[in-house]
Write a protein that binds this ligand. Structure first.
Ligand SMILES: *[C@@H]1O[C@H](CO)[C@@H](O)[C@H](O)[C@H]1NC(C)=O
Ligand SMILES: *[C@@H]1O[C@H](CO)[C@@H](O)[C@H](O)[C@H]1NC(C)=O
Length: 223
């Protein structure tokens, strides 16, 4: 469902070094609009497809996955985040739209999405009614990382499940009635970590994909 307009090349890079320095251990597609500064004007350090391509509305306020193949961004003029305009971007082939969030540190946080190479994702789900869990050995090597789960139905649309839970060695995160959940985890000094993710599916709901992504970093909002 991506538009040719937005897609010139699907060159995939293994490690992208973002402005704030830490390597991101996911594969991020590059496109014609490969000028990542535009994308990072508002949410610092967010890599991936530039989502605000109207030069009058260059600042990414936030974005989310409309479906498995497209991002809807809310874009604003420089220094005027309240005047927002929607901008939809298709994901390159062999990538999936995943939702993430920035750190909050007590204040507000922003949601953003990235089209991530399917090779970097783990899809562990398919099924109806009941609890589906899976454990993942994490690749997060910094103090903090971002873990996200997106749940899609067979038509590639987000589908709401009863709960999404993420368990680390010392933290439990749970969200009810959601189709996506993104958390910042503290890895601390742990070397090898396992992360368990569970979704609870209500009767009558059919889930085609439960997709797990992790980024070796926590993103912040620009001051
Ligand atoms: C990135 O975008 C900015 C703003 O449109 C532009 O001034 C700059 O030349 C671009 N940089 C590259 C490398 O394309
Ligand atoms: C989730 O949705 C169900 C059914 O609509 C509702 O009964 C329940 O209270 C909701 N739970 C939360 C925590 O919002």
């Amino acid at each position: 469902m991506f538009s040719q307009l937005f897609l010139i090349s699907t060159l995939l890079v293994g490690i992208v070094t973002v402005a704030i320095g830490a390597p991101v251990a996911i594969e991020i597609p590059q496109t014609r609009y490969g000028n990542l500064t535009l994308n990072r004007r508002f949410i610092s350090g967010v890599p991936g497809l530039p989502q605000c391509i109207d030069t009058n509305f260059p600042d990414l306020v936030n974005s989310f996955c409309i479906d498995e193949n497209s991002i809807r961004a809310y874009c604003a003029p420089a220094n005027n985040p309240s005047n927002q305009k929607e901008c939809d971007t298709g994901c390159p082939e062999d990538t999936t739209c995943m939702d993430f969030r920035t750190e909050s540190e007590g204040g507000p946080y922003a949601k953003f999405s990235i089209c991530i190479s399917d090779k970097s994702l783990k899809d562990f789900g398919e099924g109806g009614s009941g609890k589906v869990c899976k454990s993942f050995k994490t690749d997060i090597k910094s103090d903090k990382g971002t873990v996200s789960i997106n749940v899609y139905d067979s038509t590639a649309r987000p589908v709401q499940v009863s709960s999404i839970s993420i368990y680390t060695h010392n933290q439990v995160f749970t969200k009810s009635n959601a189709s996506t959940y993104s958390v910042i985890i503290n890895v601390g000094s742990a070397v090898v970590e396992t992360i368990k993710a569970c979704v609870e599916i209500a009767a009558g709901i059919y889930v085609a994909h439960v997709i797990y992504a992790e980024i070796n970093e926590a993103f912040g909002l620009q001051p």
